[in-house]
Write a protein that binds this ligand. Structure first.
Ligand SMILES: [Cu+2]
Length: 460
């Protein structure tokens, strides 16, 4: 085999001998690239699973994932094959209190998880109960080409009312996905996506809790009841398993549990930097497989690109209520942050009602920002600034936001309510004696830097 070192030596010898020092294409072609370890392993697995292994069972061969706010598809076992039946259908989804829309999903759910075990054979029936032809593509799975689910390319789209059969052996473990691959712009925008979790045959690295969360973004115009698939940039509902905060069920864990969170993104356009407060987690895998140990990264934010999964793991050593959210600020604001004139510093008075009398649906931004609330009028089916209440006041976040609730004592994984911080561990108004001791005089506030004079604006 020609290694890079050999090649350098032979090149320098050639150069020393007065020959032309450029490498011949023959030499370069003879040096095979090192196979990626995951690809190499997959080749072994393909050989190993030429004869499928018996179906793995939850609780015995794997610990099922927990998918807050959605479900896992049921299966039966027939002659050693795990059989699923997906039904593509319209689903009414309530994103958050007061906002619902008619979406497209499967089996009455949005983003239901398919869960299986490496080495087993699956047979997945897909019945089409939406009004348009559809397919299901198995994203990141190694399947025969004719099972890849690309409408027109690898199969005929499934007509409304018909049932197609997919069947293949799962040769790789990992956090994979599935989604419609026919009229993707419409069908994905309406919700036809989900996680496909394949557990390693060995059981893999043990954790105490294993959460699965599908990220998504939607355009739902205020007052509308159908997401708009034509939107390209200005999405206004951001969800985890199809829910916006405060409807996202918290991730409830006991102190010191080992926690895994699998994040998938098949939203139409945006990548989501998901940030977990307090904890540094390890980013351990993508939909391509487990990262080699040398590539595992500690981080507090993981970017989940469109068309990819990321898996993070950490030990929940610090009790509390810890926010976990997309760090794009508009992705935690939902509809109220969109197409609204900037009203910071403007005395808007009764302007909203006046404009709405000629322009129904008009909204006015709060004049000190969004935390002051928005003048939404009475637009139905709108995620207005009806801010979720926390233990200390309004929580100025909605959208792609949930809470990791870590507790020393838990009787169940139901929502334990708000964290009660031990004495001395809560941010409070500073005591005068503390300020004095530390040499801080609150009266000593620097004057604002003078800016250009602006005319007084009164709009009432
Ligand atoms: Cu985001």
């Amino acid at each position: 085999m020609i290694t890079r070192r050999n090649w350098l030596i032979s090149s320098s010898l050639l150069a020393a001998g007065g020959a032309i020092a450029s490498p011949s294409t023959e030499l370069l072609a003879a040096a095979p690239p090192e196979p990626h370890p995951v690809t190499a392993d997959a080749a072994k697995r393909r050989a190993l699973y030429a004869k499928p292994l018996p179906p793995g069972l939850p609780g015995k061969d794997y610990m099922p994932v927990e998918a807050p706010n959605t479900g896992t598809l049921p299966f039966t076992i027939v002659d050693g094959v795990k059989v699923f039946h997906m039904v593509a259908m319209e689903v009414w989804n309530e994103f958050c209190p007061g906002v619902k829309a008619l979406c497209w999903g499967y089996n009455g759910m949005l983003h239901p998880v398919i869960e299986a075990v490496e080495g087993e054979r699956v047979r997945i029936y897909v019945t089409n109960r939406i009004a348009a032809p559809t397919t299901v593509h198995w994203h990141g799975l190694y399947v025969p080409s004719g099972m890849d689910g690309v409408g027109g390319l690898t199969q005929k789209p499934i007509p409304p009312g018909e049932t197609y059969k997919y069947e293949f052996t799962l040769v790789e473990s990992g956090t994979k996905m599935y989604h419609s691959h026919h009229d993707e712009m419409t069908q994905i925008a309406l919700g036809m996506t989900g996680l496909f979790v394949i557990h390693p045959r060995s059981g893999g690295r043990k954790v105490d809790r294993d959460f699965a969360i599908m990220l998504h973004e939607w355009r739902l115009d205020p007052g509308a009841y159908r997401p708009n698939p034509l939107e390209m940039t200005d999405f206004n509902l951001f969800t985890m398993n199809a829910k916006s905060f405060p409807s996202t069920h918290p991730l409830v864990v006991k102190t010191n549990q080992k926690v895994r969170i699998r994040l998938g993104n098949l939203g139409p356009m945006d990548h989501h930097p998901i940030h977990l407060h307090n904890y540094s987690f390890n980013v351990v895998a993508s939909d391509g497989g487990e990262y080699p140990a040398s590539a595992v990264q500690p981080a507090t934010t993981v970017l989940v690109p469109v068309g990819a999964t990321r898996t993070v793991e950490f030990i929940a050593g610090n009790p509390g209520d810890w926010a976990m959210h997309c760090h794009m600020t508009h992705h935690t604001m939902n509809q109220m942050g969109h197409n609204v004139p900037n009203m910071i510093g403007v005395q808007s008075g009764d302007m909203g009602n006046k404009i709405r009398s000629v322009l129904p649906g008009y909204m006015t931004m709060g004049t000190t920002g969004m935390a002051g609330g928005m003048d939404m009028g009475t637009i139905p089916n709108t995620a207005g600034m009806a801010l979720p209440r926390g233990p200390y006041g309004d929580i100025t976040m909605g959208g792609m936001f949930t809470i990791l609730k870590v507790r020393d004592q838990l009787k169940s994984y139901a929502d334990p309510g708000w964290y009660q911080p031990p004495a001395g561990t809560l941010a409070l108004p500073a005591a005068q004696e503390d300020l004095k001791r530390d040499g801080i005089n609150p009266q000593n506030i620097p004057a604002p830097v003078p800016g250009p004079a602006s005319p007084a604006i009164a709009m009432s």
